[in-house]
Write a protein that binds this ligand. Structure first.
Ligand code: PEP
Ligand code: MG
Length: 966
């Protein structure tokens, strides 16, 4: 194919250029053989031409804004669907069109080539935009400039690429001068275009451009870009082009169609840049969705002080308050606001600067919110006093705002309670209950002079960690498990990989809608933005506090409060969120409870956890792991004595010492689960000892080191003898595969005294609490059963103890007996096991481990996360994903789920009264909760903090599955 060369009108090379970038015209040329280029270029192309181009293509790849609507997000992306809806609602939207996500996918499928007919449809649509605007693309008189923007189905703010002012070259810039009478404006638009196009499309290093720009400002003695005089800008344009050509090794494209072609390609390609992939992985967005490309006629916010540009939310995205929240800059272009270079004004000030525009904007914002029945994130530009809407989308919001907006909208009659429940974000519910800074500690830190500065409270939450000044380092440390706070002058999309692992973000520049703020809110990370009281030095990896000598360096401890904007040196203690004060959340969860079928219980080992779980709405304890009580300092030596006992008597002695501890532990849990007003208690499932015994003993490896050290030093013969003995004993208990070894019910079968002691402790505690008039429901659960005979034998042991206690105390205690289903064999033979049990609780942690054959302890560190992240294979572009998600977090429905389903069915058939629950980590994972709802479990049990999430997820599962069934 011929290269695009600048040449005279009608010349062969021009024809080739046009054929490459305007093949639609070439089709016309073929049809109108006698026509000249001039004829063709002045053809009136109407909608029917677009239709014709579509007919000649395998598919419709391009939609005018007037052809789309809000429901077409899959095809047009969120932005495309949004502008289409606004266009059709009669709002002032600059005309344009959207190239579909299907085209993007087809582009990749075809080996990064535009699919057949896409370019022709683009040109036909562009011609219509020319008509709609009365401007001509590439024409010197009244030139049409366009923006080329990405826009995926799910908003990925700042992750992909955008080119503004496209269509400008040495000729059209003159037209722009003639049209506006503003040379400065026109050349500023031109230099911005070269800068952006070079970075995005030609992949050049932006630093060189910035340096030259700084040099020009210095030379002109001005502070801002907007003050550089026209004559200087003209020179700057020439210099910018030279830089672009030097860096890219090719002439800077002057043909506007070539510019457009390349920009569309660049936007398609940006779907697969590193930051976009990282963002999608983090947010679990499907990599196959592709991005749409929006080509829209430009309007200019930088045409003087009656022009401007801004972004605003219809409600405060941090708190959810119902008031316009946003910012704008007069005499500026879009990227100036989000780039954080100039500090913008609050949107309320627009009332003074441009009162009519403000009023109109308010009305439009209200209309859009009513229309979408959701809080909107709006982008607008004012060109010479005229308001244009550039984008509307559902606004990203903090956890607090997320819940408040839903509850308020129900009160306003905009949505129903059911809709609020369905729409609520489970992650946000989780975040809302996360710890915050302890107010007293904060006051103390302030009194010690550790309050360094205050910035914008851009995204709520508290974060402490090591300060890190670049994203790569943050990623490295974060992945090594070190808590980090990423500190940047301002963030850009290139920082996203560091933001993903950081505990919080601090920037010195930028507003509440800057990149840092928007991304942090989306990720649920605390963020303090625009903290002008610090000066960040990237080169030195530190920041200095303005007006003081204080310097905070990389690796120093730092704390940021995203709710107040405060920045402290050192670590500040955090405290629990006060659930009682979360009135909106409680209201929402109350609505959720009306719709869920699944019970929500909690895993809790201590009365403290049990109490918290009840506060969060737990209706029972689904798993109390008794072994955790063994680990406490004063008990561990007794437990070790019990394990290493040489005779049954010795063991019994140790167990007798443990019994009162366990009894009081259980009593505490039972009491925590009784409603003090009614005396009515929730069920409590207590599981007998489960882990391999060596977990309670000193490490074999450490003992070996000690013995070797003592042997070589010859210092302490007595200690050496003791350690040798212990080493022998610990060595004798070592197993190659302890997770598949002597653990679970096998322990109690080999050492029945342990089971007997635990059962006695449970039942005696239950009797004591019952005697106080409290109604409690103890359940005893046996772990790791693989064969029904194991369960039968344990049941026999337990019943004997229960009988003994009954006769000793003259009172019978009611308890239920059940088992965990956490081995594939147990699931496969659930029909044999069910008649021996009153309940099953799925231990999906072990069930996942044993079904996949993945070690719970090692798999994630060694290979599993790579399976999920994707493997790099020689000769294959991109990464090869083996698993879509980590199966220890989200239940593997196809494999592990099949075993759960089978055990439910077989178990219920064999024992219709069987109660069914799940207590593995999956009990608090929304996707897994949906599955447990669908297979008909009675309850899920999860960690206390996840109880509210599970309540909401259970309701969402019930609502969505009943809708699907309709
Ligand atoms: C399980 O295996 O899912 C379970 C709940 O038990 P644990 O995690 O204690 O092995
Ligand atoms: Mg288990």
């Amino acid at each position: 194919m011929a290269e695009a060369l600048p040449a005279g009108k009608g010349s062969r090379s021009t024809a080739n250029t046009i054929c490459r970038y305007r093949p639609w015209f070439c089709i016309v040329v073929a049809a109108l053989a006698s026509a000249t280029w001039e004829d063709i270029l002045t053809q009136q192309i109407t909608h029917s031409e677009l239709e014709k181009a579509v007919q000649q293509s395998p598919r419709k790849w391009v939609y005018l804004f007037s052809e789309g609507n809000a429901k077409m997000r899959d095809l047009l992306g969120g932005k495309g669907a949004g502008v289409a809806e606004m266009t059709n609602a009669g709002l002032p939207v600059p005309p344009g069109f959207t190239i579909t996500t299907e085209a993007c996918n087809a582009y990749y499928e075809a080996g990064k080539r535009f699919p057949q007919g896409m370019w022709e449809q683009t040109l036909a649509a562009l011609k219509i935009v020319e008509q709609q605007t009365g401007k001509g693309f590439g024409k010197r008189d009244n030139p049409l400039l366009v923006s080329v923007r990405s826009g995926a189905k799910f908003s990925m703010p700042g992750m992909m690429d955008t080119v503004l002012n496209l269509g400008i070259n040495d000729e059209t810039v003159k037209g722009l001068v003639a049209l506006t009478g503003d040379e400065r404006f026109a050349y500023d638009a031109y230099r911005r275009f070269i800068q952006m196009f070079s970075k995005i499309v030609l992949d050049t290093d932006p630093k060189d451009f910035e340096q030259v720009l700084d040099h020009y400002k210095e030379h002109a003695g001005v502070k801002t870009d907007a003050e550089i005089p026209a004559a200087e800008l003209k020179k700057l344009v020439v210099e910018f082009k030279q830089i672009a050509e030097r860096q890219s090794g090719e002439p800077f494209p002057t043909d506007v169609y070539q510019q457009l072609h390349k920009a569309i390609e660049a936007v398609f390609s940006s779907w697969n840049n590193k930051r976009a992939i990282d963002y999608r992985n983090f947010n679990k967005i499907d990599h196959k969705l592709g991005t749409a490309v929006n080509v829209q006629s430009m309007v200019f916010g930088n045409m003087g002080n009656d022009s401007g540009t801004g972004v605003a939310f219809t409600r405060d995205p941090g708190t959810g308050e119902k008031q316009l929240y946003g910012e704008y800059l007069l005499n500026a272009q879009g990227e100036d606001v989000v780039a954080g270079i100039r500090t913008p004004s609050k949107i309320s000030r627009l009332q003074e600067d441009l009162p009519q525009v403000y009023q109109q904007f308010q009305q439009i914002a209200h209309r859009l919110e009513q229309h979408y029945r959701d809080m909107q994130d709006l982008e607008f530009t004012v060109e010479k006093g005229r308001l244009y809407m550039l984008q509307t989308r559902s606004g990203k919001r903090s956890a607090q705002a997320g819940i408040k907006v839903l509850v308020d909208m129900v009160a306003e009659g905009l949505i129903t309670e059911q809709e609020a429940v369905k729409r609520a974000d489970t992650t946000q519910v989780y975040q809302l209950l996360l710890p915050r800074f302890d107010e007293n500690e904060k006051k103390l830190a302030a009194s010690e002079g550790r309050l360094l500065a205050k910035g914008l409270n851009a995204s709520p939450g508290a974060a402490s960690g090591k300060a890190v000044f670049d994203a790569d380092r943050a990623e490295e440390m974060g992945k090594a498990g070190i808590p980090v706070v990423l500190v940047r002058p301002e963030t850009s999309p290139d920082d996203v990989h560091g933001m993903l692992v950081a505990r919080g973000i601090l920037t010195a520049r930028g507003g509440a809608t800057s990149h840092a703020a928007v991304v942090a809110r989306g990720l649920g990370l605390p963020c303090v933005a625009g903290c002008e009281g610090i000066r960040v030095s990237e080169a030195e990896h530190l920041f200095r506090v303005v007006g003081s000598d204080f310097v905070l360096r990389e690796g120093d401890d730092i704390s940021i409060d995203g709710a107040t904007g405060e920045v402290f040196a050192g670590i500040i203690k955090t405290v629990e969120a006060d659930y009682e004060k979360e009135t909106e959340l409680k209201k929402l969860l109350g609505w959720a409870d009306q719709h869920r079928r699944l019970g929500v219980w909690a895993n809790a080992d201590y009365p403290r956890d049990a109490k918290r779980a009840v506060t969060f709405g737990a209706e029972g304890i689904g798993l109390c792991r008794t072994e955790h009580m063994f680990m406490e300092q004063e008990r561990l030596p007794i437990v070790q004595k019990m394990i290493l006992a040489k005779s049954q008597e010795e063991r019994q002695e140790a167990l007798d010492q443990l019994l009162p501890f366990q009894r009081s532990d259980f009593k505490g849990i039972f009491e925590a689960m009784v409603n003090p007003k009614t005396g009515e208690g929730y069920p409590v499932v207590i599981r007998l000892i489960d882990p391999p015994l060596h977990e309670f003993l000193p490490s074999y490896e450490e003992l070996l080191v000690d013995v070797t050290r003592l042997e070589t030093s010859g210092e302490n013969a007595e200690e050496l003898q003791e350690k040798r003995k212990l080493l022998d004993e610990v060595g004798s208990m070592r197993e190659m595969n302890p997770m598949l070894g002597l653990r679970g019910c096998r322990l109690g079968l080999l050492f029945p005294e342990i089971n007997i002691m635990q059962t006695r402790a449970i039942l005696e505690a239950a009797l004591e609490v019952a005697k106080e008039g409290k109604k409690i429901h103890p359940k005893i659960m046996i772990p790791l059963v693989g064969h029904v005979n194991e369960l039968k034998e344990v049941r026999r042991q337990l019943e004997a103890v229960a009988k003994e206690i009954t006769s000793e105390g003259n009172a019978e205690v009611a308890y239920k007996f059940g088992t965990m289903i956490e081995l594939p064999r147990a699931a496969l033979t659930a029909d044999q096991i069910a008649p021996v049990a009153e309940f099953f609780s799925f231990g999906t942690n072990d069930l996942t481990q044993t079904t996949f054959g993945f070690s719970r302890d090692d798999a994630e560190g060694k290979f599993l996360l790579k399976y999920v992240d994707g493997l790099t294979e020689p000769g294959i572009e991109g990464k090869v994903k083996i698993l879509p998600v980590n199966p220890f977090q989200t239940l593997d429905r196809d494999g592990v789920g099949q075993l759960v389903r089978m055990a439910v069915e077989k178990g219920r058939q064999a024992n219709p009264h069987l109660e069914l629950g799940i207590c593995g980590e999956h009990g608090g994972d929304p996707d897994s909760v949906e599955f447990f709802h669908m297979v008909g479990l009675d309850y899920v049990s999860c960690s206390p903090y996840r109880v509210p999430v599970a309540r909401l997820a259970a309701a969402q599962a019930a609502l969505t599955t009943s809708e699907r069934d309709k």
